[in-house]
Design a protein. Structure first.
Length: 506
């Protein structure tokens, strides 16, 4: 009998809903951190004497470590145990956050951010894979992933609100310190409450060549897009990073096809439904991350909102995401095929984006920004919820960690691409507008504001197109039916087969 063989379970874990509270809390902390630091960055840069050239590394150091190590983190969760990996990730993330809050200089800050990325790469896939193996009933699974999807989608807006409050009324250091109580509570709760189902570990030897190639390939890819934003797409280092990432990732795929115990079994990627989820979700995140960036600048620079007011201005999007995920996605996922939630969800989000292409310097928040955010939130929430559940569609329990890591990887890479690609498009459009209208301008300040808005709307048009492509991919790649069934299966000879995460009915 294999390591993943499992005797018939006596019943579902009675603590699973309490466990969900702590898993969701940890997920909220990780998602918050993605946006909360952006709000605090100007103040932190000034206090720590970080140069303009190096300030991007406060964001990049985290992104490189997190994005580069996600697959490794997912494999560690499968090998070491998801609960142990989850708790270790939380404790490490808390320590790294405390180090960042106490930073006395640039090196200490950048080191703390890299450490946050390392432990985040352990934490994120372990959290999602715990849900995948703990919730096996179709209706309960839908509710659990609805809550998780709402947090994954809406947590960024909460980070903007919380970051604004902490930066404006306390100190930028609290945007780091706030992670400590989150992590401690989640770690203690997980230690005492979570009971990981037996038999789901993958005890195969670690694929060291796969770890090295995937980590270097993903780091090169994320850094290439990050550098493109500041140095340009034709920059020598940028081009070198892209070429290196293609070579390394191609070598990684070749290696995984040959080694006995691969870091990322290609069966995780080649299953049609999971592949469709990774691709459509990654593209959707490109649009979402770009929008967060543009709306933040639009509200603060063009409209003159304070950090706190800007954070509150994002609340309708968060409300829409929570509603779409828990009230639409979770309720319908057991009744209709996921593609009928994901494709319309992405299209509704695209309509919200389409509204934002009409932004002008004097646009009304209530008349334009508010309805656009509600549509965007509802659409993304409805699509994210089944996507999170489908990410582990039909995988063996021993692969749940690495399959979960692929979701986070697609989001992380999508975020890096979105920020760099859309920001570059916006900057080019802004420059072109300034060149064309400089001669007849009566107010340089007004001209600059109009040029910025022109840049944002040009980039948002691209985001609309990307979301439409996401909808098409979801509609064509994802062929599975409404979710149902449970997690156990028996072989013909009566010996229990490898435990599988609930397979969606075809």
């Amino acid at each position: 009998m294999s390591d993943t063989a499992l005797k018939p379970a006596s019943g579902p874990d009675t603590n699973r809903w309490r466990a969900l509270v702590f898993i969701a809390l940890a997920q909220l902390m990780v998602v918050l951190d993605a946006t909360i630091v952006n709000i605090a960055l100007p103040s932190a840069q000034q206090d720590l004497g970080i140069s303009d050239g190096n300030r991007q590394w406060v964001i990049t150091a985290y992104a490189l470590a997190f994005g580069g190590l996600l697959l490794f983190g997912g494999r560690i969760a499968d090998l070491w145990g998801r609960k142990r990996t989850f708790v270790t990730g939380l404790i490490g993330f808390a320590a790294a956050s405390a180090l960042g809050g106490a930073a006395t200089g640039e090196a200490m800050m950048l080191g703390a951010r890299a450490l946050q990325g390392v432990f985040g790469a352990l934490l994120a896939p372990a959290a999602l894979s715990l849900l995948a193996v703990m919730f096996t009933d179709a209706k309960e699974r839908a509710k659990a992933f609805g809550i998780y999807g709402a947090i994954a989608g809406g947590g960024g807006a909460v980070g903007l609100v919380l970051g604004g409050f902490l930066t404006e009324y306390l100190n930028w250091r609290w945007t780091f310190f706030v992670n400590v109580p989150f992590a401690v509570i989640a770690a203690l709760g997980a230690y005492f409450v979570i009971r990981e189902p037996a038999g789901g570990r993958n005890r195969s030897p670690l694929d060291i060549p796969g770890v090295v190639l995937s980590t270097l390939g993903l780091v090169a890819l994320v850094y290439g897009f990050t550098r493109a934003e500041s140095a340009g797409w034709s920059d020598g280092v940028t081009v070198t990073m892209f070429v290196a990432s293609v070579v390394l990732l191609a070598a990684f795929v070749r290696t995984e096809a040959k080694v006995k115990s691969p870091l990322l079994p290609l069966r995780v990627l080649t299953e049609r439904n999971r592949g469709g989820v990774y691709l459509s979700l990654g593209l959707a995140v490109i649009s979402l991350f770009g929008l967060f960036l543009f709306l933040t600048y639009y509200l603060q620079v063009v409209k003159g909102y304070s950090p706190v007011k800007t954070g509150f201005a994002f609340l309708p999007m968060m409300v829409g995401m929570i509603t779409g995920s828990t009230q639409i996605g979770a309720r319908l996922m057991t009744r209709v095929p996921p593609r009928l939630l994901m494709a319309p969800g992405f299209l509704l989000a695209a309509l919200g984006m389409l509204l934002l292409t009409q932004m002008e310097t004097g646009s009304s928040y209530a008349g334009l920004i508010l309805p656009a955010q509600l549509m965007l939130g509802l659409g993304m929430g409805t699509a994210f919820m089944p996507a999170m559940s489908l990410a582990t569609h039909g995988v063996e329990a021993r692969d749940a960690g690495v399959a979960s890591a692929m979701v986070n990887t697609s989001q992380q890479v999508g975020g890096a691409i979105g920020t760099a690609l859309l920001n570059t498009i916006a900057a080019s459009a802004t420059t072109a507008y300034l060149t064309d209208h400089a001669a007849g301008a009566t107010s340089p300040k007004l001209l600059q504001a109009r040029a910025m808005v022109e840049g944002y709307t040009s980039a948002i048009w691209w985001a609309v197109g990307i979301l439409v492509v996401s909808a098409v991919i979801a509609a064509t790649f994802i062929t599975t039916g409404a979710q149902g069934g449970n997690a156990s299966a028996s072989s013909e000879d009566g010996v229990e087969d490898e435990v599988k995460v609930p397979v969606l009915a075809h």
